[in-house]
Write a protein that binds this ligand. Structure first.
Ligand code: NAP
Length: 360
């Protein structure tokens, strides 16, 4: 008798509707398949964005769900529960892209001691950065005592690393100042940490009033302003804008403030998902969308897979000690805790220093 589990489902057309339903793993696996039991995963605004862009960017396609519902992708740890693959054995621990579910069947391919790719047919058309699983036992970056930090920050800081590397490669497009919106988000904090480490420009955070003190205390920003104070910035300073908020009015205000001194502007996130930007003609540099899974393909080509891994591991090791000064991990178990964390993050009520770790 296969043991039972749960799926956390979200209504695709109304993200405020959600429910937990019973899930049963397949009784038999096909040759080459592996059944994973999801152990723990993180949940932050990044995962809300996966749901917001579920249709437009195909995030719903990773983990199929009943019609009208979606399983939100998350990053976390899983254990091999059953295997019909000769190289993956029961109880092996993995890190990667998972559903908010107890079970997931994968079809490992491109197997190396530290990683494999899920070759499931329905995932093939989707960006490959989401298909890779890290095998903890062979992963030189894995530290059992930092599992929670890895689940919460690894994929976000990955984006921070790629974005900052892109800005540095382009010599900050001649800017002397980097303006980062939704400065309290973990992805923004990573960008600020890396920019400040390179010390090529002033790093200015833009955030909401309630998160200002947090941003100042973290110490990654040279200056922190609230959204209403964009006008107080010196408009003659050549600036790059790194936007995690994706908010229409803010984008408009920032571009109209800097005009031709806006040297580069990119949207990376949409934490303010209910007030998303509508594209108007904006003064200054043309607005770009920065997508980490696209940039990583370029850098893995430039540096090779091992070269990329080495550089990222170095940047991660530099970030971790400072993270321990501000990140507070909060663990929740079971359907009620998952729904509470989901709603808190969806409504933007989560405190920025909290990192949710959940298990079903
Ligand atoms: N393009 C890519 O490749 C890529 C990759 C990874 C992540 N991202 C994006 O990066 C963004 C940040 O993700 P994260 O997980 O780092 O965020 P997070 O740490 O959970 O961010 C929390 C912060 O976001 C703001 N916020 C969250 N929900 C809100 C709401 N409903 N209304 C208003 N503000 C809200 C608040 O910041 P403030 O008060 O400071 O505004 C809050 O402190 C996401 O939108 C994600 O999609 C993009």
């Amino acid at each position: 008798m296969p043991d039972k589990g749960l799926d956390f489902l979200v209504a695709r057309k109304d993200l405020r509707q959600c429910k937990c339903v019973e899930a049963v793993p397949p009784e038999t696996l096909e040759a080459g398949e592996v059944l994973l039991r999801v152990d723990r995963f993180a949940f932050s605004a990044n995962n809300v964005s996966y749901a917001v862009f579920g249709e437009a960017m195909h995030y719903w396609d990773f983990f199929p769900a009943p019609t009208g519902w979606g399983r939100v992708p998350v990053w976390g740890f899983a254990q091999v529960a059953r295997s019909r693959h000769p190289e993956l054995h029961e109880n092996e621990r993995l890190y990667g892209y998972l559903p908010m579910s107890t079970f997931l069947v994968v079809r490992p391919d491109e197997i190396a001691p530290d990683r494999f790719t899920d070759a499931a047919a329905h995932r093939k058309p989707l960006p490959e950065a989401y298909q890779r699983y890290r095998r903890c036992a062979g992963d030189p970056a894995y530290r059992a005592e930092y599992e929670n930090q890895q689940a919460i920050l690894w994929p976000l800081y990955y984006t921070s690393f790629l974005a900052e590397d892109f800005l540095a490669e382009n010599r900050l497009f001649g800017a002397k100042q980097a303006l980062i919106a939704s400065a309290s988000s973990k992805t923004a904090l990573g960008v600020a940490f890396l920019l400040k480490r390179r010390a090529g420009c002033e790093v200015v955070g833009l955030t909401s009033a309630r998160n200002r003190t947090f941003c100042e205390n973290v110490g990654y920003y040279d200056r922190v302003l609230t959204y209403e104070h964009v006008d107080s910035l010196n408009a003659s300073v050549p600036t790059v804008f790194v936007d995690m908020a994706g908010e229409g009015r803010l984008l408009h205000a920032v571009h109209h403030h800097f005009h031709e001194n806006m040297k580069y502007s990119c949207i990376i996130g949409a934490t303010h998902w209910e007030n998303r930007s509508t594209q108007h003609a904006l003064p200054g540099a043309k607005l770009q969308f920065f997508f980490a899974p696209t940039r990583v393909v370029q850098r893995r080509k430039d540096w090779g897979i091992e070269g990329f891994e080495r550089r990222y591991a170095e940047a991660w090791a530099a970030f971790l000690p400072s993270v321990n000064r501000w990140l507070k991990v909060i663990e929740g178990h079971g359907p009620a805790a998952i729904e509470a964390a989901y709603r808190e993050v969806l409504e933007g009520k989560s405190r920025p220093e909290l990192g949710h770790i959940l298990s079903l």
